[in-house]
Design a protein around this ligand. Structure first.
Ligand code: FAE
Length: 547
């Protein structure tokens, strides 16, 4: 692969072309500054990547769900915002004319700084399917900790670039167990609806779904669930269903029906780029700087915080180090990114007054995967939409909610595939390892057995009823369970423990946590709607009281 031909949407790309500075920005800036930092004359930010030495009123680390909500609401309140993103802008097609690679043919764009793919399903028909690729700042990070591989999106849009779009609001009855200090009435009357509207969440047209060839796999999943007495529930998604129908009709380029998902969707999916970030751009008050990684935040001598940022190239090398001063810093680097930063900054003396809750309460949302081998008369279809539409709900009885997931291989596999979210009690802790200069995670691989046992309450029963068996060829040779990974990292800076009840970090006025690290390890369903709704709730309180 020729590196020179690759899209490099780095610091000279999107920001310079796309972002403008709104008039009157200094009003909001001055208002912020008077509370936290010594009053500064914030220069209106120039279009383009953040400059060394810049003084900014609000800096957001990360451009996923928490970061995008934060930046939009601050900008709408009249405040200039700088968003710093370690991944790429993902706005420029590669030599194949597409921005994102296909699920079945991963290339340099697919993985974050790896020389070999690390596909969640490592095998097919027993054969390993990983392959060598050029090292590149690709879209999916398979981040390895002892005992668990944590998959995360990298780029402007964070996890919204790579996820399955399943947009699930937890059952009201379960909410008190998820975030006990949060007023559930407010969440369900105000912030969940606001999040769902902002994300463009809609439900599939069930009449179309009943006959669509691309959802044959889901109909087989329903039949098997219901014959074993499990509720089969439709869940909303952020995919544009009219676009999917047009894909089926052959009138538009295929995306979900071409199996695109974990390495990005070239059309159809309403990632954050099409929702919150499009609104952010329309405010004219936000600068997004991709390929920049925050490495430190520490109190600045004159007030506010000094933020140290490495500018990287597309092979991950640091090409410049910048220091900027921000009156307020919003950590929205995702559960792992925010936790790693805070744990390091506390241990190394940059933010020593962070409390001892920092790094704690991390969980995997109980994720575990498996496949079932169906009979020949239960073909699941060689055309499978990459966007899941439904799940099997055995949460109350067995502690598992299983997403009926696609296996978009392009061939008939006679397999049903599932990602289960389980009610596991296990929580790990991040800690600073001075010897390696890295942050460790105390996750134990054996803990996944609890999740497997909960998932088996569904699939053992279905297998018995259908006379079928588990697939043993997807995660190795003769290995049933995908129990080495999570797609749903949560916790590490838990709300009302590491922070106050709205994400303000204890000990440091002007520092906030806004992402999935606020949620203690499990959200009973897929997480991004709750991350978005909680960020909406928290930023409203912060704008009203702190600014
Ligand atoms: P996130 O979206 O991860 O954003 C954090 C951002 O910060 C990223 O863009 C990072 O690159 C960036 N960053 C990190 N460290 C730094 C740093 N030091 N400096 C600058 N930038 C930094 O966080 N959830 C669902 O609800 N439904 C689904 O269907 C679903 N499917 C998924 C499928 C896959 C393959 C994966 C990986 C995840 C899936 N998820 C799904 C999970 C969901 O995407 C995830 O919970 C959210 O993206 C987390 O949102 P945050 O705002 O916490």
């Amino acid at each position: 692969m020729r590196e020179t031909a690759l899209p490099d949407s780095g610091s000279t790309g999107v920001s310079r072309r796309r972002f403008v500075v709104g008039a009157g920005a200094a009003v909001g800036a001055a208002a912020i500054a008077s509370h936290v930092a010594a009053p500064r004359a914030y220069a209106a930010p120039a279009a383009g990547p953040i400059a060394n030495g810049a003084q900014v009123p609000a800096l957001v680390i990360g451009t996923g769900y928490g970061g995008s909500v934060t930046a939009l609401r601050l900008a709408q309140a009249g405040i200039d915002v700088h968003m710093i993103e370690m991944g790429m802008a993902w706005d420029t097609p590669g030599s194949d004319g597409k921005i994102f690679a296909n699920t079945t043919t991963p290339d340099h764009r697919s993985f974050w700084l790896r020389t070999r793919t690390k596909q969640p399903l490592s095998n097919f028909l027993g054969f390993p399917i990983d392959k060598n690729i050029p090292k590149y700042t690709g879209i999916l990070d398979a981040e390895e900790f002892a005992g668990i591989m944590v998959y995360q999106g990298r780029g402007v849009g964070g996890g919204s670039l790579v996820n399955g779009g399943m947009a699930v609001t937890p059952k009201r009855a379960n909410f008190a167990g998820i975030l006990p200090s949060v007023n559930a009435d407010e969440m369900y009357s105000t912030y969940y609806p606001r999040a769902n509207a902002g994300l463009g969440v809609t439900s599939v047209d069930q009449r179309w779904w009943e006959n669509a060839p691309c959802y044959q796999y889901a109909r087989v999943g329903r039949k098997h669930a219901e014959r074993s007495g499990f509720p089969f529930v439709f869940v909303p998604n952020v995919y544009d269903w009219d676009y999917m129908k047009a894909e089926e009709a052959g009138t538009v380029p295929k995306s979900a029906l071409a199996g695109e998902v974990i390495y990005g969707n070239n059309a159809g999916k309403k990632s954050l780029q099409k929702t919150y970030i499009a609104q952010i751009k329309a405010t004219g008050r936000v600068t997004i700087t991709p390929l920049h990684k925050v490495t430190s935040v520490a109190p600045a001598a004159g007030g506010g915080y000094t933020v140290t940022i490495d500018e990287i190239n597309t092979t991950g090398d640091t090409v410049a180090t910048k220091q900027v001063t921000a009156a307020r810093v919003f950590f929205a680097a995702g559960s792992v990114g925010t936790s790693k930063l805070l744990v390091k900054l506390k241990a190394t003396g940059a933010l020593p007054n962070l409390n001892n809750e920092v790094g704690k309460g991390w969980g995997d949302n109980g994720n575990v995967m498996c496949g079932r081998a169906n009979h020949m008369w239960d073909a699941t279809g060689k055309l499978q939409s990459s966007m899941p539409t439904a799940g099997i709900d055995n949460w109350d009885a067995g502690g598992a909610f299983a997403e009926v997931a696609p296996l978009p291989t392009g061939i008939e596999t006679y397999a049903s595939f599932y990602l289960s979210i389980t009610n596991t009690p296990h929580r790990a802790e991040f800690s600073w390892n001075a010897a390696t200069g890295k942050v460790d995670l105390s996750w134990q691989a054996a803990w996944k057995q609890t999740s497997i046992d909960m998932a088996k309450t569904i699939f053992d029963k279905i297998n018995r009823k259908e006379g079928t068996i588990y697939r043993t060829d997807l995660f190795g040779t003769y290995k049933i369970w995908g129990d080495h990974l999570t797609y749903h990292p949560l916790g590490g800076a838990v709300l009302n423990k590491a922070t106050d009840n709205y994400g303000r970090l204890h000990g440091y006025p002007g520092l906030y946590v806004m992402d999935g690290s606020l949620i203690p390890g499990n959200v009973t369903v897929n997480p991004f709607v709750t991350i978005t709704a909680l960020a909406e709730r928290n930023i409203e309180n912060i704008i009203a009281n702190d600014l």
